[in-house]
Design a protein around this ligand. Structure first.
Ligand SMILES: [Zn+2]
Length: 296
C-alpha cells in the first residue's frame, strides 16, 4: 500500500467514524413510534425496532439481542403506559445504559404526553386485566400522533441541538401533510355497529366519534367466558350490519367465530406500520379499509 492510499484510508475512516457518531442511535419499541421518529430525523438517525410489526407488543421476550441494541442507544422511544411492562424493564435494566433509564434524557414514553382513556375504576389484577393505568393503545388517534410528534421533536432536538433547524423543518413538513390528511379522514362516516376483540382501537373509534361498540374481551387481555360469548352471539344474530376490527395478534379462534356470522364483516387492521411504511400511508390504508367496509 503506498503512502497516498494509506493516508486516504485514514482520512476516510476518520470521516466515517465521525459521521457515524453524528447519527442518533434510537431504540424504538414499536414501528409506529419508529415511523414518527423517522419523519423528524430522516437520515440523521439509526433506528432499531424491537417489536416486529406483526408481533404482539404486550408479549415479547427480552432477548439478549434486544438488550445489546438497547446498550448502544442514545434514545429509547416506546409506548409506555404498561404496554411493554412484561419485557421492557428487563431490557433497560440489563442494558446497563444510563442514557435510557426512567427519568434519563434518553427515555421517551409516548403515553406520558397523552390523557389515557378507559382507566379502570378499581385496580384489580384478579380479573387479569393487563392495562391498569388505562388504555395504552394511543397511536390510533391522529390527534395523539401530532401531540407525540411535537414532544419527540423537543426530545430529539435536546439530544442533538446542532441539527435543530433540520429537525424543525422535517417536523413542520410532516405536521402540514398529516394535518391535511386528517381533514379527509375525519369525513369517514361509521354506519355499521363496531366490534373489537381487544381494546386496541378505542382511540381510533373515539376519534371517529363512535361511542358505543362491542368488546369481545370483558377484561383486557383475558379470553371471554362462554357466557359472555353467548350473550354477544345473541346480540350479533340480528338484521344489523357489523364491522369487526381485528388486529394481527388477536385470538384466531375468536376471529373465526366472528367470521361465521353472515352480517359481520371482519377487517384485519394492522396494529403497526410495516418496516418500510410511513405513518401517513399507514393511516391512509386503515381509514380506506374502514371507509370501504361501511358501504358493503
Ligand atoms: Zn392492550
Amino acid at each position: 500500500m503506498n503512502k497516498i492510499t494509506k493516508l486516504f484510508l485514514i482520512i476516510f475512516s476518520l470521516f466515517y467514524a465521525s459521521n457515524s457518531q453524528a447519527m442518533l442511535n434510537i431504540f424504538a419499541c414499536e414501528s409506529e413510534w419508529a415511523a414518527l421518529v423517522k419523519e423528524i430525523t430522516q437520515d440523521k438517525s439509526d433506528i432499531f425496532i424491537a417489536v416486529h410489526p406483526k408481533q404482539d407488543a404486550h408479549h415479547i421476550s427480552a432477548k439478549p439481542s434486544l438488550i445489546a441494541k438497547a446498550r448502544k442507544a442514545d434514545l429509547l422511544v416506546c409506548n409506555g403506559g404498561d404496554l411493554e411492562a412484561g419485557w421492557l424493564p428487563i431490557i433497560i435494566k440489563n442494558s446497563r445504559n444510563n442514557n435510557i433509564i426512567t427519568g434519563a434524557p434518553g427515555n421517551f414514553m409516548a403515553t406520558d404526553y397523552v390523557d389515557l382513556i378507559e382507566k379502570p375504576s378499581q385496580i384489580d389484577r384478579k380479573f387479569g386485566d393487563i392495562h391498569i393505568y388505562g388504555n395504552p393503545h394511543i397511536h390510533f388517534s391522529p390527534d395523539n400522533i401530532l401531540i407525540v410528534a411535537k414532544e419527540l421533536l423537543k426530545k430529539i432536538t435536546s439530544l442533538d441541538p446542532k441539527n435543530k433547524k433540520y429537525y424543525n423543518d422535517n417536523y413542520n413538513n410532516f405536521r402540514a401533510l398529516f394535518s391535511k390528511k386528517m381533514q379527509s379522514w375525519r369525513k369517514i362516516k361509521i354506519k355499521n355497529e363496531i366490534i373489537v376483540i381487544h381494546r386496541s382501537y378505542s382511540y381510533l373509534l373515539k376519534w371517529l366519534s363512535v361511542d358505543n361498540y362491542y368488546n369481545i374481551e370483558k377484561y383486557s387481555g383475558v379470553s371471554p367466558s362462554l357466557k359472555h360469548l353467548k350473550y354477544l352471539g345473541d346480540k350479533f344474530t340480528s338484521d344489523k350490519k357489523f364491522t369487526a376490527l381485528i388486529s394481527d395478534f388477536d385470538d384466531r379462534s375468536l376471529k373465526k367465530w366472528l367470521s361465521e356470522f353472515k352480517n359481520i364483516n371482519v377487517l384485519n387492521i394492522n396494529y403497526s406500520p410495516d418496516f418500510d411504511e410511513d405513518i401517513i400511508s399507514f393511516f391512509d390504508k386503515i381509514f380506506k379499509q374502514i371507509s370501504e367496509s361501511q358501504n358493503l
